[in-house]
Ligand binder design. Sequence first.
Ligand code: SF4
Length: 377
Amino acid sequence: MSSLYIHVPFCASKCPYCDFYSQVGSQQQIHDYVTLLTLNTEILQQSTPSPQPFATIFFGGGTPSLLSAEQIEAILNGIQQNFGINAGAEISLEANPGTVNLEQLQGYRQAGISRLSLGIQSFNDNNLQRLGRIHKADQAGKSIAAARAAGFDNLSLDLMFALPGQDLSGLGKEIVTLLNFEPEHISLYGLSFEEGTEFAARRQSGELSSCAETLYAEQYQLLHEQLTKAGYEHYEISNFAHPGRRCQHNQIYWQRKNCMAIGAGGHSFVDKGWGERWHIPTNLDLYRKALQHEKEPAEILETYDRQAAMREYVYLGLRTCDGIDRHEFKQKFNTHFEQAFPEALEKISRYIHTNSTNRYFTADGWLLYDHLISHFL
Ligand code: SF4
């Protein structure tokens, strides 16, 4: 199984809390970037020992919905010609509700996008304004209706929590609205104050404060309870899905499987030896120059040894409800999970569950994830 991530580093405006690699881009810059992505696909194909058709493709960003349906189609055509795309492949695209309309969404469907991920974040205008989002709550509803009308039957909605001034009752209302739309998939983001962002500076100056730990935990638990009660599987720390609707592409990350990348800011993982991570630098000039000289723009970030590979496998696996398959661990690393991490497992024994094949966390463990997982690292 082979997967591809495509990074689109443009947004209509920069949200003050966001530290993803993205910038405000002109139509001309976006047009040129689409040409570069096709060139990147050709160069990637030439440097790949045995190119396979992709089973999952993910357009992430940034705001990939700033690209027209024709531009998405051109990128997918390049991928089809160079690698192939499996029949029935999961092809996801992240869209900002403030940048889409019915015609455009119909075009995406026709171009082959099978899964749409809408960055709703909140159904409350005050929250959206505070977050610096370009859309209003009624646009969120309209974009969901347009996605359905365009034929998207695999829809993911993003919701943020732990927002400034948000209490449990406010979040409860957001959850009711969210569930009314019956998305197949939900991704949650607790607001964090990342270094270098406008929000971090505003917290530093005392203008904003982060959500108290107890309130954060109560909000996370409320989300877990309400969404699982509504029939969603809480299958990863921040992700919920109807049965059979987990995001296949993201599961590839958590399972530490091969995933290629194109686009400035893209990260890839090569399942070679104990694993390699590569990235394409977050610099559009360097990206363009490398491609114009027919050079692979990706640079190696890390080559793993066995110990580092085991640690990362556990770090990623325990994020999911499946956790660590003990048989698979033994096959991969030629040692038992329990033998590899005896002390860590003893320290976290209260939180880790065991069934006949796997060891895993539930929502209680995920709330303390950073602390618990630190014992393995
Ligand atoms: S739209 Fe998304 S990627 Fe763009 S700045 Fe806002 S949060 Fe970041």
